[in-house]
Structures are given as C-alpha cells and as structure tokens.
Design a protein around this ligand. Sequence first.
Ligand SMILES: *[C@@H]1O[C@H](CO)[C@@H](O)[C@H](O)[C@H]1NC(C)=O
Ligand SMILES: *[C@@H]1O[C@H](CO)[C@@H](O)[C@H](O)[C@H]1NC(C)=O
Ligand SMILES: *[C@@H]1O[C@H](CO)[C@@H](O)[C@H](O)[C@H]1NC(C)=O
Ligand SMILES: *[C@@H]1O[C@H](CO)[C@@H](O)[C@H](O)[C@H]1NC(C)=O
Ligand SMILES: *[C@@H]1O[C@H](CO)[C@@H](O)[C@H](O)[C@H]1NC(C)=O
Ligand SMILES: *[C@@H]1O[C@H](CO)[C@@H](O)[C@H](O)[C@H]1NC(C)=O
Ligand SMILES: *[C@@H]1O[C@H](CO)[C@@H](O)[C@H](O)[C@H]1NC(C)=O
Ligand SMILES: *[C@@H]1O[C@H](CO)[C@@H](O)[C@H](O)[C@H]1NC(C)=O
Ligand SMILES: *[C@@H]1O[C@H](CO)[C@@H](O)[C@H](O)[C@H]1NC(C)=O
Ligand SMILES: *[C@@H]1O[C@H](CO)[C@@H](O)[C@H](O)[C@H]1NC(C)=O
Ligand SMILES: *[C@@H]1O[C@H](CO)[C@@H](O)[C@H](O)[C@H]1NC(C)=O
Ligand SMILES: *[C@@H]1O[C@H](CO)[C@@H](O)[C@H](O)[C@H]1NC(C)=O
Length: 817
Amino acid sequence: MEIAMRTGLINSFTSITMLLVCIFLLFLSLAFATQDNITSNESIKDGESPLVSAGGTFELGFFSPGNSMNRFLGVWYKNELSTHKEVIWVANREIPLKDRSGFLNFTQQGVLLLFNGNNERIWSSNKTTNVESPVMQLLDSGNLVVIDGKDNNFILWQSFEYPCDTFLPGMMIGGNSQTGVDRNLISWKSADDPGPGQFSFGIDRQGFPQLVIRNGTLKHCRLGSWNGKRFTGTPDLPRDQFLKYDFILNKTHADYSYEILRPGALLTRLIVNQSGFVERFMRPIQNNNWTSIYSAPRDLCDNYSVCGAHMICKMVDQSHNCTCLEGFEPKSHTDWSRGCARRSALNCTHGIFQNFTGLKLPDTSLSWYDTSMSLVECKDMCLKNCSCTAYANSNITGEASGCILWFGELVDMREFSTGGQDLYIRMPPPLKTDQTTSNTNSGKKKLVGIILGSTVLAGVLMVGLTFYIWRKKQRKQEIEEDMELPSFHLATIVKATDNFSSNNKLGQGGFGPVYKGTLIDGQEIAVKRLSKSSRQGLTEFKNEVILIAKLQHRNLVKLLGCCIQGDEVMLIYEFMPNKSLDYFIFDQTRNKFLDWQRRNLIIGGIARGLLYLHQDSRLRIIHRDLKASNILLDKDMNPKISDFGMARLFGVDQIEADTNKVVGTYGYMSPEYAVDGRFSLKSDVFSFGVLVLEIISGKKNRGFSHPDHCHNLLGHAWKLWTEERALELLDNMSDRPYSVSEVLRCIHVGLLCVQQKPEERPNMSSVVLMLGSENSLPDPKQPGFFTERNMPAVDSSSGNHESSSINDLTISQLDAR
Ligand SMILES: *[C@@H]1O[C@H](CO)[C@@H](O)[C@H](O)[C@H]1NC(C)=O
Ligand SMILES: *[C@@H]1O[C@H](CO)[C@@H](O)[C@H](O)[C@H]1NC(C)=O
Ligand SMILES: *[C@@H]1O[C@H](CO)[C@@H](O)[C@H](O)[C@H]1NC(C)=O
Ligand SMILES: *[C@@H]1O[C@H](CO)[C@@H](O)[C@H](O)[C@H]1NC(C)=O
Ligand SMILES: *[C@@H]1O[C@H](CO)[C@@H](O)[C@H](O)[C@H]1NC(C)=O
Ligand SMILES: *[C@@H]1O[C@H](CO)[C@@H](O)[C@H](O)[C@H]1NC(C)=O
Ligand SMILES: *[C@@H]1O[C@H](CO)[C@@H](O)[C@H](O)[C@H]1NC(C)=O
Ligand SMILES: *[C@@H]1O[C@H](CO)[C@@H](O)[C@H](O)[C@H]1NC(C)=O
Ligand SMILES: *[C@@H]1O[C@H](CO)[C@@H](O)[C@H](O)[C@H]1NC(C)=O
Ligand SMILES: *[C@@H]1O[C@H](CO)[C@@H](O)[C@H](O)[C@H]1NC(C)=O
Ligand SMILES: *[C@@H]1O[C@H](CO)[C@@H](O)[C@H](O)[C@H]1NC(C)=O
Ligand SMILES: *[C@@H]1O[C@H](CO)[C@@H](O)[C@H](O)[C@H]1NC(C)=O
C-alpha cells in the first residue's frame, strides 16, 4: 500500500514536471514567435519562422515568388489565410539564393549581411555604425530598421530608403540633388522574379519637377507636376478621404510622400507593376482582400505624348483624338505625331499670350520655375525672353502663385472637363488691318495716327489689364470652387454597392433608385443613381453639386459628393441607419418608438433644417418635396432632411416662379402649387404644416379617413381645433407622458402653416420662434385643401384611401435641359 502511494506521488510529480516543462516550452516558443528585435550576433535562417512586426502587420523572412524556386529575403503582409504573399520589399532582388541554405546575419557593427550556403555574401545593408548595441527591428509600417538599442529614435539604416516596387505611407519618393539620392520605384521583372524590371516610377527633376513613369529611360506616362493640390495629370483623383499627400520642393529636395488618415482602419500600398501601371490598392485591416482604387495610365491620352507637340489629346469613345491648339495648324496632314506649328511665326519683340483652360500642363522638363513669383511677373519674365513659349502658375491653391516658364515645344497636353489648369501660350501679334491705307497717308497724319493710336492702345491696355487682373481673381475663385467638386470614381461606387445589387437597393426615389454602399474603409453611404433622361447640362449640374455639398446643417442629410462618368450620374450621401420618418410614424408597432418628447424634437429639427435651407444658407433653397419619407433618421433618431436641392440640380428652381413642371407629392402640396403650379418658400411651409400634423397624429394626410366626415387630415385637425378637442388628434399615446401645452402649440403652428393663402402662413424663422416660445399665436383660419375633393384629379386611385404607395409617390416630371 505504501509502495502504491509512493508510485502515485512519483507519478503526479512526473506529470507536474512534464506540465511545467510544456508550459515553459510553450512560453519559449511564444516568446520566439513574437520576437521582433534582433540584437547583434544573431541570425535568421531560411526555414525558421519569419520575424513578425510589433503590430503583426508585416513579416520578414525568406520566400519564393510565384512559381520560382529561388529564395529571396523580403518583407510581406502577414496573412494566415493565403500562401500568396504581397511582398513589399526584397533585399536581394538582383541576386537570388538558389537554395534554402541562405541566412541573414546581423553584425556587431549593425550591418545586415545575407549569405548563401557557401558563406558567400549575397547582399549587405552596407552601413556600419559605431553605436554600442545596434538593434534590428521590423516596424509595423513595414520598415525594416537598424536602430541604436539605447536610443530608439536614432535610425541607422532603414529599408524605406531602398524602395523596390512598393510605395507605402511613411516612405518618400524623390530625393536630394546635392547628395544625388534619387529614390524610384522599380517594377519586378515578372511575377516570378523580383529583379529590377523595365518600368520605374519617380520624380523627374529636370525643369519643374514632375512625377513620371518610365519605360527604361523613355517617359511612358507623366502624372505631371504638383500644383499644390494634386499632380496636374490627375485632376479626377477623388478628393481623398483616406490619404493626405505631401510634396516638398525646395532648393535641394523634391520629395513626394503620403500618409493614411485613418491608420487604424486601412492599409494601402502603391506599386508600379510589370506592365507599366502605377496602381493603388487598399484594404481594411481586418480582411485580406485588396481592392485596386486607382491606376495610371488610365486611357490612351495618358500615354506620354501620344499626340505631337502643340496638340491636345481628347478621349472620344474608346480612342484618342488629337487636335491642334487654337492658332496652330498641323505640320503634316498625314502624320499626327509630327504635331502642330503656329500659323505665323513668333516675333521676338512683340507678342501676346493666349489663355488656354482646362489643361494638363505640358511636359516641364524644358522649363524654368520660381515658386514665389506672381502671374503678372511671370508674364513679364516670359515676354523678356525670346525663347519663352508659355507660362503658368505653379501653385493653384488659395491665391494661385508661382511661375513656370516653358521653352521650346509644348508636348503631352490633354484636356480635362474638370480640374484642368490654365496655360498662357505666346502667340505672334495680330496682323495689322490698316496697312493698305497707311501708304496714302502723309507723314504728319501718320505721326498723329501713331500718337493717337498708341494713346488709345495704352488706354485700352490699362483697362484691359485691370479687367484682366480682376477677371483673373474672379476666375481663380471660381476654379477654387471647381476644384472642390467632391467626386467619386465609378469603380469605387460599383465596388461599394456590390455593382448596384438588388440586395443593396434602399428604394426608388423620384429621381432614380437609391442604393446602400460601403466604402472600403467601412463608411456607409447612400447612392442616388439619377435617371438618365431628366437632368440638366453637366456643367450646371456640377456647379450645383458643389454648392449643395457646401450646405451643412445637423438637420440636413450631408451630400458627400457625386460620381459622373460617361452616362452615369450619381449623388453620394451619408447613410442614415434608421430609415425615414414614415417608416415609424405610420406603422402601428414602430410608432411606439417615437414618444411625444422625441416627436417634438423631430418637429423642431425639421423646422431648423428648413429654416437653414430657406434663409440661413448661402443659397435660398426651396425643397419642393418635403414629406415624411424625405425625413431620414440618424442613429440617435435625429431628423435629417434629404433630397433638398433636387430642383436646383435639375435646373428648375427660382425663388418664385410659374411652372408647368410638377415636382412634389400630393397630400403635401400647397393649393397654389398644385392648382396653378406657383411655388415659393411658403409652399414648403405648407408641406411642413402637413408634416407636423402627420407627426402628431401618426396619420397620413392623403389617405386619411374618418367615419364622421370626408375631410382629410387637415380638415380633421381643423374640425377638432374648432371644437376644442384638438388633443384628440394626438397619436394613441395615452400610456406615455406628454406635455399638453407643447402638443397644442405644435398643432396650432401646424394649422398656421397650412393656411390657404401663402401670405397667411408664417415663414420658417417665425415657425422656429413660435415652436420655441410661450407667446400667444394668431388664430388659424380654415386650412387650404382640407377635403380630398379640393385635390386636382390626377391619379385614378385618388378615391382609394388605402393606397399608400400612390400617396407617397413623388411627382417629378422635369424636362431635361
Ligand atoms: C553568422 O552569425 C552566426 C551567429 O552569430 C555565426 O555563428 C556565424 O559565424 C556568422 N556567419 C558569418 C558568415 O558571419
Ligand atoms: C558578438 O561577438 C563578438 C565577437 O565574437 C563579441 O565580442 C561580442 O561581445 C558579441 N556581442 C554580443 C552582444 O553578444
Ligand atoms: C554594398 O556595397 C558594395 C560594394 O561597395 C556594392 O557592390 C553593393 O551594391 C552595395 N549594396 C547595397 C545594398 O547598397
Ligand atoms: C525591441 O527593442 C526596442 C528598443 O530597444 C524596445 O523598446 C522594445 O521593447 C523591444 N521589443 C521586444 C519585443 O523586445
Ligand atoms: C517599352 O519600351 C519597349 C522598348 O522601347 C517597347 O517595345 C515596349 O512596347 C514599351 N512598353 C510599353 C508598355 O510601352
Ligand atoms: C501653394 O500656395 C499655398 C497658399 O498660398 C501654400 O500654403 C502652399 O504651401 C503652396 N504649396 C506649394 C507646393 O508651394
Ligand atoms: C528641403 O526640404 C527637406 C525636407 O524634405 C529638408 O530636410 C531640407 O532641409 C530643406 N532644404 C532647404 C534648403 O530648405
Ligand atoms: C498592372 O496594372 C494594370 C492596371 O491596374 C492591370 O490592368 C494589369 O493587369 C497589371 N499588370 C500586372 C502584371 O499585374
Ligand atoms: C475576400 O475574398 C475571398 C475570396 O476571394 C471571399 O471569399 C471573401 O468573401 C472576401 N471577403 C470580403 C470581406 O470581401
Ligand atoms: C477629333 O475631334 C475633332 C473636333 O472635335 C473632329 O472634327 C474630328 O472629326 C475628330 N476626329 C476623330 C478621328 O474622331
Ligand atoms: C516684329 O513686329 C514688329 C511690329 O509688328 C515689326 O516691326 C518687326 O519687323 C517684327 N519682327 C520680325 C522679325 O518679324
Ligand atoms: C481665359 O479663358 C477663359 C475661357 O476662354 C476666359 O473665360 C477667361 O476670361 C480667360 N482669362 C484671361 C485671364 O484672359
């Protein structure tokens, strides 16, 4: 028995020891797997588990690309789900390891040395240091660094200074003309070979610096020079919600870098690929699917100098069309590529400048620049130099500034519908028209003529110059606004809405279907896809979008931007998770979510939103289609007015106008509008009044029925009001607390808003005041349209009170302009 006990004891001892050893081993292996610091005299061997960055985003180790058996030391995105590696950096891209015997040593001097199995050095970081304890670390930005172990901020060497084909946030492209450093991206040779390929991407520092993709030494695509906002060849780069670009230009440096605005949510990389494209990818941190969000060249006109000198490239359908600049004619009628020449030659001492707008600025490799000059100085400078052929501002942000001068031919220009720049091209002086008469004139007359002529000319010039400067200022401001057109790429929207899948359809509005979408960073949007037939000219439309996007109020749904590409025109709004007001107030169960207090807040919010539209914003906007389904609710059930500005977008809005174009929804339309087509701010006030009574009663105006009479909701409310039973209008909330005085005040204001005559209705600022005060209010009269019979007989179902779909239908028959 004793023996048995002992054995038991020993057994349990053994198992405890085993367990401890196991835990210890596990701890060791864990410690090893998460280790991200390598101190000197340590090494990493092929076959060992890779070094993981502190945040777990990247790994450093040995890999074989594609179908190749060769081994390379590199950094890639950690991805447990796939064996495919998105490699961002390769150490030995030029000299592959032929087998798996390679290893990386980190020396006491802080040098990284890569050896093959024969102890032959394949690659080296080539930078010795004299710090005592260098440490090698893989940072979570993807940067492999050697730092001073005693001073973490002191970076001795970093892989970000030796880019391969990938440009990451925190990296810098470009360089320093003094030290001769010039950082480019260079494509891989192929998917199997990370060796330096044919294409490179970097800054060309000849003349005014510009971003260029090269095929070997030849320019392949020019994204162009930085204009303070973007590169001149990328005007449609969507106003980026994700990235912030930075371009530094000083005497010695031309550096391009970018950062990600929400680093915790997204990863992004830009690569130059084997086919010569620069491509930007993005993905949310939590899934591994990369989406391509931008690539260049985008079309044929983006290819470097597809058209000859002094030609403008335009895309027509899927092909490019080269045309001469105004004042130029083709050098050859059979060969476009020879470009165009001025109709008459330049004159060194005399010349004028012709202004061209909406351009991608020409190649700046034969240019001169000064970032502090003004446009007028720039022009003078160009005039003084016989070989100067054109000038432009170098910086178009704020008050445009800076000067670029071109010498020689102007190549690689294209035209953009928005976001192009102004270029002033030197032209010969216009031909004199009085040459035939001058022969017969006496010398005296001639002199008088010359004096008179030059005086007039000087006067004209002065006036012209003043006007020119004034116009310039004006135009700069206009362009400034133009530049801010918040546009989205079609591809972004297609991706966000899953190609407009029916699952994502939120509904069908008066102007087209509405889809829910999710941008790659997780932001939810609502996309209104406008029907093709019913919109105005594109320029006016864009202008309106810019203006409307500027309207911001907590009770308005925010217009984030638009997407215009080919036939597609879409408006992008913030997404409202709680649908619309009608979804709650007219539903027997959901209406319970809206107690009196909430309803009162909603009424106040709508009133303030409408007041802003009518009076407080820069534009005076009549909504024209205010109704319960156009009041959206955010996550806290705050009301936000949607669909405002549609009339402006469709080019039919004026503050008061007669129109035969009907917009609106029966049940909410004021009498003067429905009957005569006359609308004004007061028509919106009428709709607001209807909405107030609907919110209080939980009943629709249109489709309202009562056993005792055949009035609509307005008539019913009026009847109760005159019988002093107005509280009965309140939606069944007997079990919920409410304030009698508030309810009565709201009904009172609602009735004042639905008066027959526009002039008897208060304006929205009075409404907001009335709702917020205790003062006595004027007595309402009988409302307009208080019975159904007053409605114009437009739809056959007007007698059918159950038909809610017809009731809510927006009538939007707008003529396309
Ligand atoms: C690499 O480092 C290991 C470990 O410090 C060392 O034993 C080895 O000799 C080094 N190899 C070379 C070629 O320096
Ligand atoms: C690295 O190796 C050298 C030479 O063997 C030695 O002098 C030094 O102390 C070692 N350093 C560390 C941190 O182990
Ligand atoms: C390191 O220096 C050697 C010799 O100077 C050179 O051949 C090699 O390309 C350099 N390697 C790197 C990564 O700079
Ligand atoms: C790596 O080294 C840095 C600097 O010496 C230190 O701050 C960090 O805590 C170390 N990390 C690990 C996991 O040892
Ligand atoms: C790159 O240049 C080579 C040789 O000049 C040419 O054959 C090839 O078509 C070019 N590639 C592209 C994509 O333009
Ligand atoms: C462009 O001009 C703006 C405003 O004048 C200035 O803030 C900005 O730094 C300039 N940008 C460049 C690249 O010169
Ligand atoms: C130019 O800019 C770089 C930063 O990119 C800065 O380090 C350098 O000191 C600047 N040089 C001058 C002359 O301003
Ligand atoms: C390079 O990028 C372009 C544009 O996104 C793409 O069409 C092409 O397939 C890519 N080429 C390779 C080899 O990935
Ligand atoms: C990512 O891609 C995989 C395979 O293509 C797909 O099954 C998965 O649904 C995608 N995930 C997301 C979030 O798009
Ligand atoms: C190019 O555009 C011009 C003017 O817009 C037009 O006259 C010409 O027919 C177009 N050429 C081609 C090939 O489309
Ligand atoms: C330049 O224009 C001026 C005035 O029109 C004229 O007198 C002069 O001859 C012209 N010079 C040339 C080289 O055409
Ligand atoms: C430039 O051209 C545009 C369009 O042709 C014109 O509206 C503008 O007034 C011109 N600007 C100047 C400064 O001449």
